[in-house]
Design a protein around this ligand. Structure first.
Ligand SMILES: [Zn+2]
Length: 119
């Protein structure tokens, strides 16, 4: 039998880590709760030449890609936490059967059983 309290703690820890990482590459959208946006690079460097600008655009694109991944993971973690609150945690959202314990231990945010795993 799966211990939901343990997994909830794991999820909360992961959420805290994701928020911390997100705050390094982006900032929370003040208008939409839970939405994050990549931080714009500082292009106002007085000594910036064209190469510096290209570098910071590249850094921005990289940060934006990381931001998108972190935000997607945060959404998964958040929805797993709300399933715990709703009492529907550990139920495959495709077939409605119980998600395997081993799968939940490997990924506490998993929304589906092994058979319906995406990717
Ligand atoms: Zn399933």
């Amino acid at each position: 039998m799966i211990n939901t309290d343990d997994l909830k703690n794991t999820l909360l820890e992961e959420k805290a880590r994701l928020m911390l990482e997100l705050s390094g590459v982006g900032h929370e959208n003040p208008e939409i709760e839970g939405d994050w946006q990549p931080s714009a690079p500082d292009l106002n460097i007085p000594t910036a030449d064209i190469n510096d600008t290209a570098d910071s655009m590249e850094a921005f694109e990289e940060a934006a890609a990381i931001e998108v991944e972190l935000e997607a993971r945060l959404l998964e973690v958040d929805s797993a936490l709300s399933r715990i609150e709703a009492g529907t945690y550990g139920i495959c959202r495709i077939c409605g059967s119980a998600i395997e314990d081993a799968r939940l231990h490997a990924n506490p945010a998993a929304p589906t059983c092994i058979a319906h795993r995406e990717g």
